[in-house]
Design a protein around this ligand. Structure first.
Ligand code: ADP
Ligand code: ADP
Length: 217
């Protein structure tokens, strides 16, 4: 079945922490024209601004736990009201629970779900070596995607990108998020939804090609 990504349908991108969702989302967004919506980025912005929502979310994020569904659903409902949402969105890191997916199905028409799969043993190295350019939001890695020399002095490391926290985040992924794959497979039997699983173990470039090949099909 070929995909019609020109319509107002949305895309869901999910996978374990550090799988490469943020890294790949930029390309997918350019390829499909769908604006990227990252609940992680929205939550970090709220924490930085010190909003009530940010204060509520911070403790969960620092512990590597999922932020409660009602907070996330509130954020997404607000985002859906913006003008650019009418052509469909690329959701990066949302939904992360079946309850979130159920809510999303009421307010958006999801036509494609992309799961990026990376084994737990590769995740720790990716997370601990992740760095971000606070000026541009560009994601780097000390080994896999080193920053240019003039950028490296301003790089920051996320507070939750520690070996300890990543264990809790992986537990949350396996218990609460991974079941979404089967949930979406079931949903796809009664709709035009397409669910694809991408092997995220290769290089950034290799994973981009796997995803682009799927998007072209
Ligand atoms: P990663 O890039 O490592 O997958 P994110 O930046 O997407 O992490 O999210 C960082 C943290 O924000 C998560 O560990 C979790 O606490 C919270 N978070 C982000 N999105 C969601 C969501 N959809 N549901 C619940 N919590 C979320
Ligand atoms: P997520 O959004 O899923 O948490 P990111 O896109 O932030 O993941 O990637 C996590 C870290 O791993 C970043 O430092 C990124 O540069 C690096 N990374 C992303 N994809 C790959 C890949 N295919 N191979 C090696 N490192 C990668």
């Amino acid at each position: 079945m070929s995909l019609d990504l020109s319509t107002s349908t949305s895309i869901v991108l999910f996978g374990p922490p550090g799988a490469g969702k943020g890294t790949q989302a930029g390309n997918i967004s350019i390829f499909t024209g769908k604006p990227q919506v990252s609940t992680g980025d929205m939550l970090r912005a709220a924490v930085k601004e010190g909003t009530q929502l940010g204060i509520e979310a911070k403790g969960f994020m620092d512990e590597g736990l999922l932020v409660p569904d009602n907070i996330i659903i509130g954020l997404i409902s607000e985002r859906m009201e913006q003008d650019d949402a009418s052509g469909g969105l690329l959701f990066d890191g949302f939904p992360r629970t079946i309850a979130q997916a159920e809510e999303l199905s009421k307010i958006a028409n999801v036509s494609l779900v992309i799961m990026i799969e990376v084994p737990d043993e590769d995740i720790v190295e990716r997370i601990v070596g992740r760095r971000m350019d606070p000026q541009t939001g560009e994601i780097y890695h000390v080994k896999f995607k080193p920053a240019p020399f003039d950028v490296s002095s301003r790089l920051i490391q996320r507070k939750d990108d520690t070996e300890d926290t990543v264990r809790s985040r992986l537990d949350a992924y396996h218990m609460q998020t991974k079941p979404l794959y089967d949930w979406y497979i079931e949903a796809s039997k009664e709709s035009h939804l397409r669910v694809i699983s991408i092997d995220g173990r290769g290089s950034i470039q290799q994973v981009s090609e796997l995803i682009e090949n799927e998007l072209r099909r």
